[in-house]
Design a protein around this ligand. Structure first.
Ligand SMILES: [Zn+2]
Ligand SMILES: [Zn+2]
Ligand SMILES: [Zn+2]
Length: 351
């Protein structure tokens, strides 16, 4: 993730809504992918001061002006009330229920970061409302919505919300935004890392498998490295949950879960690719990694990343925190990341 500059010269971060130096209101401009200082222009309109925007007018996303849950802007010539990221929402939690707003705001933060990362890679990001067959959508659901009527209450526990992807719709169980709950799940599932952003990255991997791999010339090479995805998915997951991961998974997979099915292997590697690139770019921006590391080819980037991740882990041990990157990137995993890198670079999408 890059950092940004205010009109006054102050350094800004992706999540900021106001410049702490000059007090100007800030908004993220999805059309030019930059955070900009804003000048009121009347009638809920703002003039963007970032040079990339060339003085264009924007209005705040509805979730910015009404909910404090977004900091993105909508170009004034677009009819939508919601920004490019919030337009993807199909279901959000019941905000009248205590605690849900806090969880939702955390979820929205991660979603915007994902959308930014995807757009930066020139990957297609369209809502299902305008692209019913190929679009992307989000449903943020809870296990026990207050709207459930009493007659269904016997069945609520039988149907927990599963975080997952189906036909372009990514479902996130909002309990994943609750730190205690997420840590409990991490320990229960014996995972070395479980993060909210990680869920977004992983599920987006399933979505882009459908967009970039299925029926594409890459399918053969993907099958060679990740395995044949036509093996029964339900049975494979059942085997994983009953018998555990294959004993030698560390040699070929980035995580134990990745060994459950080729689709999960792809989604896990996709999530790592996004995580590595985002973090390496942040490090290069703030001087903790060479600037040229971002322009290097994938294998060189991985070398920079392994060095950086080792340092981040060491720093965290000094702070008595768990290793943030407790993974080993074996040669077969690096081959998989290199193929993902090639597919993303050649996705050929421009907007
Ligand atoms: Zn400023
Ligand atoms: Zn928004
Ligand atoms: Zn998955």
């Amino acid at each position: 993730m890059k950092t940004f500059r205010c009109h006054c010269g102050n350094q800004l971060y992706f999540e900021n809504v106001q410049c702490l130096a000059c007090g100007r209101k800030l908004g993220f401009l999805p059309d030019v992918l930059t955070l900009s200082a804003l000048e009121p222009a009347g009638d809920n309109l703002f003039r963007a001061l970032a040079p990339e925007a060339q003085g264009r007018l924007y209005r705040p996303c509805h979730n910015y002006s009404h909910e404090d849950a977004c900091n993105w802007m909508v170009p004034a010539n677009e009819p939508d009330a919601f920004c490019q990221a919030c337009r993807l929402n199909e279901v959000i939690p019941n905000l009248d229920k205590p605690g849900n707003r806090t969880l939702w705001i955390r979820i929205e933060q991660r979603k915007r970061r994902l959308v930014y990362d995807l757009r930066r890679q020139h990957l297609p990001v369209f809502p299902r409302s305008s692209h019913p067959d190929t679009g992307l959508g989000f449903a943020f659901l809870e296990d026990h919505p207050e709207t459930e009527t009493l007659e269904f209450s016997d069945h609520i526990n039988d149907n927990p919300v599963m975080t997952g992807h189906a036909n372009g719709l990514i479902t996130i169980n909002i309990a994943e935004a609750d730190d205690v709950e997420r840590e409990r799940m991490r320990v229960q599932m014996n995972e070395s890392q479980r993060t909210l952003l990680g869920h977004f990255r992983h599920e987006s991997g399933h979505y882009y498998w459908d967009r970039l791999v299925a029926g594409s010339p890459y399918l053969g090479r993907v099958r060679e490295l990740f395995g044949d995805e036509r093996i029964n998915y339900g049975q494979a997951l059942e085997r994983f949950y009953n018998d555990g991961p294959m004993p030698d998974w560390q040699l070929r997979f980035v995580s134990a879960y990745a060994s459950s099915h080729p689709w999960e292997d792809w989604a896990e590697c996709w999530a790592h690719w996004l995580q590595i690139n985002d973090t390496l770019e942040t490090a290069a921006t703030i001087g903790l990694a060479p600037v040229e590391s971002m322009k290097a080819d994938l294998r060189e980037r991985i070398d920079h990343w392994i060095r950086l991740a080792g340092h981040i882990n060491l720093l965290n041990r000094s702070l008595d925190q768990p290793d943030p990157y407790p993974f080993v990137l074996s040669p077969p995993v690096v081959d998989k990341l290199a193929l993902i890198d090639e597919i993303i670079a050649n996705s050929g999408f421009t907007d």
